[in-house]
Design a protein around this ligand. Structure first.
Ligand code: PLP
Length: 359
């Protein structure tokens, strides 16, 4: 294997803790529209303390990854979906659309320049974080007239470095994350801010993630942390809640919906209440559960806490369906298997020497 040129040692990677040398920026004013797309040194932002994003939270973001292929080039995975989602989030927040082609090219150039940051270990990747932020200094509650669009990238290791580690989830019965007609379908910081206090309380109970119920009846299963969720019935049937308006349109979820039937699983989008799920865990019909998202790809759920009750799934171990989906999806993402779905785009990388010379 080639020399590891990443400035970050694999053990220190974590998730989203280190950022590369460069970033993309692009700005918008009402007069000129979007202009000055630039890749330059990673730098701090200067924002007016009255910037609209800092008060009204007019801001959106997204997340995708560039995966190192066996031939040293990179794969982007369904990046068109992420770009479209960034724009639909922006539309919900009253923000101007960005040019999807320009945004995708910016990602391709940035990851190609920064690829040496990906440590040469299995399942390492560059996490890509695009953000659009309202910059106009104005305290009035209305759409900002200026915006900054930027993209930063962060080398990340496998989400479970020591192999799958099933997560425990705390079912939130008092607090909700998103409401139909609200902003749950948008990737906007308010949704995540609303989850933080509950996530901290869950952590105190020994749970790594929160299972969110619908905001109206507080019965229907929505999502788990920043992941979509699925339950496996009888070892072969996978059920996931339909996109209700409060649930993020996950790219991983959509990929599982497409892939699972080809692997012989029966796949259903169906509303599920927490009471049904609890009963079906207790009577053994539910054999596994897992979260789906870009960061972990597939995160097996080993246990749940709801009020004062606890349930264990698959003896707290990773189930075969989660394992199979993880293996198949990551093979396609990392270019270790053919991609019959046309999900991946290859990005040729700058040579290591060239890449490290540009500073
Ligand atoms: C709330 C929420 N749900 C689900 C997901 C999973 O989406 P994806 O598979 O596109 O990463 C994410 C991650 O972006 C998220 O933030």
């Amino acid at each position: 294997m080639a020399e590891n040129l990443s400035p970050v040692v694999p053990e220190a990677l974590g998730f989203g803790r280190h950022f590369t040398d460069r970033m993309f920026t692009h700005s918008f004013t009402e007069e000129n529209g979007w202009e000055n797309p630039t890749i330059g040194p990673y730098h701090e932002l200067t924002l007016d303390p009255a910037a609209a994003a800092l008060h009204c939270g007019q801001m959106v973001f997204d997340g995708t990854k560039a995966y190192r292929r066996p031939d040293g080039d990179l794969n982007l995975f369904r990046v068109d979906r992420n770009v479209a989602r960034l724009n639909s989030s922006a539309a919900r927040m009253g923000m101007p659309a960005i040019d999807e082609r320009l945004h995708t090219e910016a990602i391709e150039t940035l990851v190609s320049l920064e690829h040496r940051w990906i440590p040469k270990i299995d399942n390492a990747s560059l996490y890509i974080r695009p953000v659009v932020v309202a910059t106009e200094p104005v305290l009035e509650v209305r759409a900002s007239r200026s915006y900054l669009h930027y993209i930063i990238v962060s080398p990340v290791g496998p989400y479970f470095p020591d192999g799958f580690n099933p997560i425990s989830v705390f079912v939130s019965h008092d607090n909700v994350r998103a409401v139909r007609g609200g902003t749950g379908e948008a990737k906007t910081p308010g949704n995540y801010a609303a989850s933080i206090a509950v996530s901290e309380a869950a952590r105190e109970k020994g749970c790594q993630q929160v299972l969110w119920l619908d905001a109206v009846e507080r019965r229907y299963i929505d999502e788990v942390g920043a992941m979509n969720i699925a339950f496996v019935y009888g070892g072969n049937e996978i059920r996931t809640p339909p996109l209700s308006g409060a649930i993020l349109h996950g790219v991983t979820r959509d990929s599982v919906l497409r892939l699972a039937p080809d692997l012989g699983f029966v796949m259903h989008e169906t509303p599920m209440t927490i009471d049904d799920v609890w009963r079906d865990i207790e009577n053994g019909e539910i054999t596994e559960a897992f979260g789906m998202g870009t960061a972990a790809v597939i995160a097996p759920v080993g246990g749940l806490i709801y009020h004062d009750r606890e349930a264990t799934l698959n003896r707290g171990e990773t189930g075969p369906v989660a394992r199979r989906l993880y293996d198949e999806l990551t093979r396609i993402q990392y270019g270790r298997a053919p991609d019959p779905y046309g999900w991946t785009t290859v990005v040729r990388v700058e040579s290591d020497e060239h890449s490290s010379a540009i500073r």
